[in-house]
Design a protein around this ligand. Structure first.
Ligand SMILES: Nc1ncnc2c1ncn2[C@@H]1O[C@H](COP(=O)(O)OP(=O)(O)OP(=O)(O)O)[C@@H](O)[C@H]1O
Ligand SMILES: [Mg+2]
Length: 368
């Protein structure tokens, strides 16, 4: 929606400045963030979010499955309402539309790798390789690894596959919405860029709690090392609350957003509904953590929770008690400059905009 930033920052902006918009099309809402480059600094210009529920005839906060034309409509609406001033940007691809595999390859030169990876990837990507577009990179070796480069026999590569149909849908959405997008990026990479520091040497866990799903990544020095998709998200809490209290979904959504774990009175139903959904999710995350630590012989230093679901009052603390490592709310707006009067709002709501910020940062960087 329109933000107080518009007028404030427009005073200072000149049209010639580099500006980029990051667009995260989630299952329940679209998030957009526009940042500008000013003297090598990234400065927030505006941001906005639009719920997709109304476009799909369901309540706010619920996951939707929309046709590309409906997405274009919602996207155009949010770009307008948030006063986004550029059409140069980038869009994220949801994890559920991508396939990720990590495997070892014998050491060989870059050209050979490029030839061999699609062949090797067939073993890991469960669809015909001709139907997907592949992206890959060699996972940098651990700086503590003392092995001489000449002695290394294998490198680890991460391969990401996106179905060509999905890419063509996104290209159509971008061109119909008159956007100039030079890349689409799987949301995992955008999210990690926005909250992890590449100087962070210990592995960090990032937990993205969306409406339909929870995504878990482990990154080391800014590079993703592990990713998981858990089929449960925050919308389930709302649906549970509605059922448990015999109230409609809109009202249940409001209760969830207003109170979370800070439920008033002696009432326990909201807390119980949250636990019912998230206890198993956190147990699974704990397993992922232990498994990673065991396999890599490394300690994950902390967890960062992001996504709209992370805004639930008291959830970070709950996650911390279950996962048993320090768990904090992500603060992606700290990567960009913004006016002081917005600091509190941005810290409180920023987690929703993580992927959108990560996309805009990459795009701006590419613009040189
Ligand atoms: N202030 C809040 N308190 C608690 N929950 C919230 C709050 N704001 C949003 N949510 C919940 O967060 C969810 C939306 O999160 P998010 O916007 O990250 O999802 P999405 O990106 O649309 O979905 P997905 O990533 O699963 O495709 C909704 O279920 C919504 O109810
Ligand atoms: Mg999301």
């Amino acid at each position: 929606m329109g933000s107080p930033l518009d007028n404030f920052l427009n005073i200072f902006s000149k049209k010639a400045e580099d500006s980029a918009v990051g667009i995260d099309i989630g299952s329940s809402s679209i998030k957009v963030v526009e940042i500008k480059k000013r003297k090598d600094r990234a400065v927030l210009h505006t941001y906005g979010e639009i719920s997709l529920g109304p476009y799909a005839g369901v309540e706010v906060g619920r996951a939707t499955k929309l046709q590309p034309t409906q997405i274009v409509q919602a996207l155009s609406d949010v770009l307008k309402e948030a006063n986004v001033s550029t059409r140069v940007g980038a869009i994220s691809i949801p994890m559920r539309s991508s396939m990720v595999a990590i495997f070892q390859m014998p050491v060989m030169d870059g050209k050979q790798l490029a030839q061999m990876i699609p062949i090797e990837a067939r073993k890991y990507i469960p669809v015909p390789i001709g139907e997907v577009s592949l992206d890959w990179f060699v996972i940098p070796k651990n700086p503590n690894d003392e092995t001489d480069d000449k002695q290394r026999k294998f490198v680890e590569v991460m391969v990401v596959a996106i179905h060509n149909d999905v890419l063509s849908d996104y290209s159509n959405i971008a061109s119909t919405a008159q956007l100039q997008t030079s890349f689409f990026e799987v949301e995992m990479f955008s999210t990690i860029r926005a909250v992890v520091d590449s100087t962070d040497s210990a592995p960090v866990m990032i937990i993205d709690i969306g409406a339909s799903a929870t995504k878990v990544y482990i990154a080391e020095r800014g590079v993703v090392r592990d990713s998981h998709y858990i089929n449960r998200g925050s919308q389930e809490v709302t649906l549970n609350v509605a059922q448990a209290l015999g109230i409609n979904v809109d009202f249940a959504e409001k209760l969830k957003r207003n109170y979370g774990f800070n439920e008033p009175k002696q009432d326990q139903l909201l807390k119980e509904s949250i636990d019912w959904v998230f206890d198993p999710v956190f147990s699974e995350i704990k397993e992922i953590l232990l498994d990673f630590q065991r396999k890599n012989n490394k300690i994950v230093s902390r967890a960062v929770i992001v996504g709209g679901g992370a805004l639930l009052n008291g959830l970070a603390l709950k996650a911390q008690s279950k996962i048993e490592i320090e768990t904090v709310n992500g603060d992606p707006f700290s990567k960009v400059e913004s006016p002081a009067f917005l600091a509190d709002v941005l810290r409180q709501t920023g987690a929703s905009f993580t992927a959108a910020i990560g996309l805009a940062l990459r795009k701006l960087q590419e613009m040189g």
